[in-house]
Write a protein that binds this ligand. Structure first.
Ligand SMILES: [Zn+2]
Length: 127
């Protein structure tokens, strides 16, 4: 399968948007469901009908685990699965809380981290 002639792949499109400060996810025009990570075909129905939509940034912690790391390698941190309001699930990190204390079910808000590899992390929402 060759799609190179159609421009940058979905992962590049996603990261370019992040670098410009926009958190976007893909939604299928056929089945209406969100897909993440970026892909060419809908992960639910297989249609090549994905469009980019702006994500609200609202999410809920679905699961979390601690990755142990030496202090000189950045120390311990959490790896969390966050369900976003659009219906996709992201493998990400929740900041502002001890790695072992990320609450399952907590409301979180997306924050874009730009740089060499722009990505999205989440902060706990008060209340
Ligand atoms: Zn679909």
């Amino acid at each position: 399968m060759t799609i190179a002639s159609e421009g940058p792949g979905p992962d590049a499109v996603y990261r370019e948007a992040l670098q410009a400060g926009r958190f976007t996810v893909q939604r299928c025009r056929d089945c209406g469901r969100a897909s993440f990570p970026p892909r060419v075909f809908c992960r639910h129905c297989g249609a090549a009908a994905l469009e980019w939509i702006a994500a609200s940034g609202d999410g809920v912690v679905y699961a979390t685990s601690v990755v142990r790391n030496r202090p000189d390698k950045g120390g311990d941190h959490n790896v969390s699965l966050v369900d976003i309001a659009e219906g996709a699930r992201l493998l990400t990190r929740v900041d502002g809380v001890a790695p072992t204390a990320v609450p399952i079910g907590a409301k979180v808000k997306a924050r874009i981290v730009t740089g060499d590899v722009p990505h999205v992390v989440f902060d706990l929402v008060e209340g």
